[in-house]
Ligand binder design. Structure first.
Ligand code: FNR
Length: 359
């Protein structure tokens, strides 16, 4: 018997075994720094692939050193990083999953303390490996130093960083590329009027604020060719008056589709501190469904989707094409196997030894 969440999905000729995917989740584990993944990443991501996910997405990975969120982030601006990541894609593939990577630039939210362990607040000072952040404008994120506003050459360098990282990602064996346009990082900062007050062709109208993201999409596509599916992650709203919102997200998503983006991953928030977000089961799902309807593109839904029947229902009712399971996958890397079990679905790729553990 089939189940909607276990239906394969094909993007640009890449067949993916199911619709339960792992979203990017920073591990802040690279104490050796320099953005090179460690055995922790290999073990962590490999176990998620073995747990039955269709796609395992590597965490936000800085396309340039100053594009990392924290000094402990992964990066992809050199060949050593590429080669270390290729061990991870090999392991993911050996478990039958597809490998994605989220290419990111943290913009004005760069050079911050990692999300666990001691967090003195503010920016990481230079003596602890910090650096000057950059952004669309000199508008700081609450509690952080003001970024330097990127000039035309700086913007060109950001685009070049995404292109070079995309090349290395494909060479490292990644099957899908995700561009991080969400959570108040650089591409989202350009989109939102609350972080972008530029008066050049990158600020003002929606078309201008979207220009950098669309430039990155086009430049990455030109570099990697037609075969590689591309995902863009967006925050559907800043949850703040005068900020980025759902109507703009819907318009932008249609443009992204016209520029050859294959799937939109819909999250929210991250660009404005201390906003009220009505967090609850599936709380961002209505945004994903709205973008799916208006753009006609496949969408991924995320946010407190942690129950097998909830996941099945979302796909079966055409509310989203893919379900991303974040924190529940940290709690249980075998969530897809458990979901199959709960839905009485005979998962054909359950690892052999696990037969003894599930009915
Ligand atoms: C995240 N999230 C996240 N999002 C993103 O776009 N890039 C990233 O690198 C990270 N890093 C990250 C680390 C950790 C530890 C967590 C818990 C979350 C957000 C994540 O992808 C997801 O959108 C949220 O966790 C909401 O989904 P869940 O956890 O409710 O399923």
């Amino acid at each position: 018997m089939t189940r909607a969440v276990f239906d394969p999905i094909t993007l640009r000729g890449l067949e993916i075994r199911n619709r339960l995917w792992i979203p990017p989740m920073c591990q802040y584990a690279v104490d050796a720094q320099d953005g090179v993944p460690t055995d922790w990443h290999l073990m962590h991501l490999g176990s998620l692939a073995r747990g039955g996910a269709g796609v395992v997405t590597v965490e936000a990975t800085g396309v340039t050193p100053e594009g990392r969120i924290s000094p402990q982030d992964l990066g992809l601006w050199n060949d050593a990083q590429r080669d270390a990541l290729s061990r991870i894609t090999d392991l993911i593939h050996a478990q039958g999953a597809q490998a994605a990577i989220q290419l990111a630039h943290a913009g004005r939210k760069a050079s911050t303390w990692r999300a666990w362990g001691p967090r003195p607040g503010g920016n990481v000072p230079a003596e602890h490996g910090g650096w000057q952040s950059v952004g669309p404008s000199e508008i700081p994120f609450d509690g952080l130093e003001a970024p330097e506003a990127l000039d035309a050459a700086g913007i060109d360098a950001v685009v070049a960083g995404f292109v070079a990282a995309a090349r290395r990602a494909v060479d490292a064996g990644f099957d899908l590329l995700e561009l991080h346009g969400a959570h108040g990082y650089l591409l989202h900062e350009f989109l939102s009027p609350l972080s972008n007050d530029r008066t050049d062709e990158y600020g003002g109208s929606l078309e201008n604020r979207a220009r950098l993201l669309l430039r990155v999409v086009d430049a990455v596509r030109a570099e990697v060719g037609e075969a590689v599916p591309m995902i863009v992650r967006l925050s559907a709203t800043d949850w703040a008056e005068g900020g980025w919102d759902l109507p703009q997200t819907e318009t932008l998503s249609s443009w992204l589709g016209a520029h050859g983006v294959d799937l939109i991953s819909i999250s929210s928030g991250g660009n404005v501190a201390d906003v009220q977000i009505p967090v609850g089961p599936g709380y961002q799902l209505p945004f994903a469904s709205a973008v799916r309807r208006s753009s006609g593109l496949p969408v991924a839904a995320v946010g407190m989707i942690d129950d097998p029947f909830q996941a099945e229902q979302i796909v079966a009712l055409d509310q989203a094409d893919v379900v991303l399971v974040g924190r529940e996958s940290l709690r249980d890397p075998n969530f897809p196997i458990r979901t199959a079990d709960a839905l009485r679905y005979d998962m054909p790729y359950k690892p052999g030894p696990y037969e003894r553990a599930y009915r």
